[in-house]
Design a protein around this ligand. Sequence first.
Ligand code: AMP
Length: 422
Amino acid sequence: MSIKAPRGTYDILPPESFNWHYMERVLTETAELYGYYEIRTPIFEHTELFTRGVGDTTDIVTKEMYSFTDKSERSLTLRPEATATCARALIEHSIYGGAMPVKWYYLGPMFRYDRPQTGRYRQFRQFGVEAFGSDSPYLDAEVIILLIDILNRLGLNNYELHLNSIGCPECRQIYRDKLVAHIRPQADKLCKDCQVRYSKNPLRVLDCKVESCHVAIAGYPYIKDYLCDSCKTHYETVKKVLKDNEVNFLHDDNLVRGLDYYTNTAFEIHIPDIGGQSAIGGGGRYNGLVKACGGPDVPGVGFALGLERILLALTKEKEVLADNSYADVFVIAVGEELEDMSTKLVSKLRKNNIKSDKDYAGRSLKAQMKFANRLGAKIAIIIGEDEINNNYFTVRNMNKGEQSQVANDNIIEHINNILANS
Ligand code: AMP
């Protein structure tokens, strides 16, 4: 039996990987424009980090973690997300002692034992940012503006930004009691998951996807009517800054984050066009997280984007994302006796930063030309007997079908000229 990649995982082969490079470049370069720099952390952490930092009532912790015991009987978990990891790193390196805010981005694989389907995997990739150490609503707005800037630069258009405020632990407790009182008479009509959520984490009943739960809780109170003055001002400022910066959003009363350390701003990006898994990312403020992970009282705000879903949306909107040529120049020489010459020429091209390749399969001239086409080469350089005897190369512009003779010494300049104008 042949061994396949585990369920819910997949390979990214060229030229698909070209699209990933393109997307990752836009993500990281845009984040750096806003002053966010990369943090790289381990792929696995102590399981306790996620039970504390993600929350032991969440689906991630209760159902989806890849946990294992190592040879020293430690419980470790493949990271299901990276915010708790960033909080752990902030505490471990005492970074909160320096200039604030600390602004990080991360990019890499996450692992969740989810039910695989389109846009949902067991190993998937996230890009996210975290800004620690400031309570300013302008920082919430910056994080959202950065997210929208990324989507625009990638060329995505049909997204919706959903926004809400979930207040602070004080005003949320008052709201939570009202919500529980509203749901209580209907509790037996809730789905199995919501029966548990209702007692442990009632806000999460609001974003349950089961239709009958929505019907059961109809007419429920909205958190926006229970925000304290300070949380109201915070939310109003975020909305004002977004409007000032021409970021469109939809206020969404159903958008909640059930855990105590989430505070104030909550947001999600949806792309309805990509079907069932329309959420491509989300984030918010989490002023209680660093403390929950065992550190000091340091506020934070951030987001995470699911890269598979972004790519799905991008490939729906555009056929070609990135330059998908394997080589700009293909050197054609037929016969073993010319192999030294073609090797020397590709070396020279590569030393001059020209993406180039040659034949290694003993193909005929025609077959090499065909192969050059398949690689997407813009130029073919042909070396034959006559070329060697008279110190020139035949250069074929593949797009225009034009061919010319170029003296050996001028080859780099000539190729650069064609590439610059192609
Ligand atoms: P979350 O950390 O759950 O807020 O997820 C943030 C984003 O990561 C989601 O909006 C998705 O785009 C993506 N995501 C979460 N889980 C998966 C998964 N199992 N497969 C693919 N993408 C995912």
